[in-house]
Design a protein around this ligand. Structure first.
Ligand code: NAP
Length: 256
């Protein structure tokens, strides 16, 4: 069987808001590689925009999931356990900060706002991992999404910088703790993509223009390119790897 085939694999993908979402790119390429997928939507409003996408991807489960609602995550994992009795991978593609905490210098961020953004955007990955671990009986892969603003101070990325840094560090500690169970953990770091979350960053168009102009490949990455990396990382081709932050940014991060 091809090292790129995901036939027989079963995975959960969170964070599809619409067909521009990074999670949609991941779901599309992972589905094309042969995996069965479970998808989530945050609430009834998002459901309207994602229901048809879930059908087109032949999602075996389509579940409501808001990480700030008590019991929501547990419901998702109990539905998965009932349906499949196991899980091979999951993708955490969720992030959120209130606008007033995002659109200011980080020294002005409120303690509550910082904690809320950290809870939704970082700690939720740890919570998902805790629920997923008992279902990954044959090992598995856990992926989250990060950004270069974790390691460099990027204009207007503000509070999300330290939060993504914590997320990338969490990936390393999770990889250390879960490695013996055959569970591998990764952070995928795409260059900027024009999504709803992306457009919440001030002057996001300038970030897109500069990424295109300065990257060695003089282009922005596509959802399919990010999805291909995700499909590789959850599959049999990457079983010797864990704990890394892996860039898919047309080479932008190597430029000094
Ligand atoms: P997106 O399409 O807006 O996806 C963000 C997702 O997070 C949405 O589906 C949103 O649900 C979900 N979400 C927010 N709060 C949630 C909560 N409390 N519970 C459950 N789900 C929640 O934007 P995206 O750019 O693809 O973002 C996906 C990930 O990629 C994020 O971690 C982001 O930081 C990362 N990333 C983005 C870029 C970029 O340039 N766009 C670059 C690097 C990394 P609703 O739509 O229902 O609110």
């Amino acid at each position: 069987m091809s090292i790129f085939s995901l036939k027989g694999k079963k995975g959960l993908i969170t964070g599809i808001a619409n067909n521009k979402s990074i999670a949609y790119g991941c779901a599309k390429m992972i589905h094309e590689a042969g995996a069965e997928i479970a998808l989530t939507y945050q609430n009834e409003k998002t459901k309207k925009y994602t229901e048809d996408l879930a059908k087109s991807l032949d999602a075996k489960l389509f579940l409501e999931f808001d990480v700030t609602v008590e019991g929501s995550l547990e419901n998702v994992f109990s539905a998965i356990e009932k349906k499949w009795g196991k899980l091979d991978f999951f993708i955490h593609a969720i992030a959120f900060s209130k606008a007033e905490d995002l659109h200011t210098s980080i020294i002005n961020t409120s303690a509550d706002g910082f904690a809320f953004a950290m809870d939704v955007s970082c700690h939720s990955f740890l919570k998902m991992a805790k629920c997923a671990t008992p279902l990954m009986k044959d090992g598995g892969a856990m992926l989250t999404l990060t950004y270069y603003g974790a390691e460099k101070a990027i204009e207007n990325y503000n509070i999300m910088g330290p939060i993504k840094a914590a997320l990338e560090s969490s990936v390393r500690y999770m990889a250390k703790d879960l490695g013996e169970k055959g569970i591998r953990v990764f952070a995928v770091s795409p260059g900027p993509v024009d999504t709803r979350a992306g457009s919440g960053i001030k002057d996001f168009n300038q970030l897109l223009d500069s990424a295109k102009e300065k990257s060695p490949m003089k282009k922005l990455v596509t959802l399919e390119e990010i999805g291909n990396l995700a499909a590789f990382l959850v599959g049999p081709g990457s079983t010797g790897m864990t704990g890394q932050t892996i860039f898919v940014d047309a080479g932008y991060h190597i430029i000094g």
